[in-house]
Ligand binder design. Sequence first.
Ligand code: SAM
Length: 333
Amino acid sequence: MLPEALERAVFGMYATHALHLADTHGVLRFLLGRDGTSAAEMAAALDLDEETLTRLLIALDALALVESTPSGYRLPDSMAPFVDPASPRHIGGFVHHLVHGAAARMPVLDDYLRRGKAAVDAALPPPFDTIYATEQSTAAFLHAMWQLSFSVSGELAALAGLEETTHLIDVGGAGGAFAVAALERAPHLRATVYDLPQVEPHLAATVAERGLGERLGFVAGDFLRDDQLPAGDCFAFGYILSDWTDETCLALLSKAYRACPPGGRVLVMERLFDEDRRGPLATAVMNLSMHVETQGRHRTAAEYTGLLARAGWTDSRVARSSQDKHLVVAHKL
Ligand SMILES: C[S@@+](CC[C@H](N)C(=O)[O-])C[C@H]1O[C@@H](n2cnc3c(N)ncnc32)[C@H](O)[C@@H]1O
């Protein structure tokens, strides 16, 4: 018998793949709202090989992702919001990204360990050139970002308190997850997503789907090169600073500070490391992922507060959501 932590590490690869298979073949969706179903019933209904499905379900039961009961398999109640494709918290897109994207990039960590990231990456194009290399990869990335960000954004918009804000600039706002949640919450608000030109049609689709018209605009730009950000009185940075080095974060926060009138604010929305950097697990693991996929890292709340202060922002406040993405808000006097 292996110690529990070692067992989890050794067999983690099977856990991710079993979850991905059960999601993509509709097994978890099938169990939603049903109280007990046999492997044979499920195999027939989903047109899957019964023996393979039986083995998959046995593994999922041992992983506590499904429960085997005398009347058949069922889904633990706590799982439902995460495995229902209709739920904003569905993790299918993210697990797909882990299996089909992140896993293939893992071997580069071996290279980084031996030669360092700077030397290995010297010959590579910047991260978003690769992520947006094709229309398909652009759509897949923006879909995964929406899934990761939309469900928590309503909560973050409430924590931000947008009553006094008139024009939100969502810097690197992607398909508009936070901007949409902010507009839904604050009927007086206007928002602009400022992002790379490849994002524009995806934001336009969001505006059309949600009937937001003039309330949600798009400005194409490159925040690394542009001297000025679009003008507004609140600047949102959701999962942006974790893509970049401290030096770049400082430059971005300074550009936002210059574009912001006195009395305006900045919202940094990120995973946060505990101050002793021993967790949470998701932040610790995604910090490795940021190393592989971006030039950034995850930080503690104190590190974000320090960067904000260096860029001129004052009066920082940390507000934690019930999910993984939290808020650090600061002001321009
Ligand atoms: C990790 S995503 C975050 C998306 C969104 N803010 C969220 O919280 O879900 C990073 C975003 O930054 C944008 N981005 C990357 N480099 C950029 C640049 N040089 N100028 C403007 N936007 C950029 C990407 O297109 C993408 O939408």
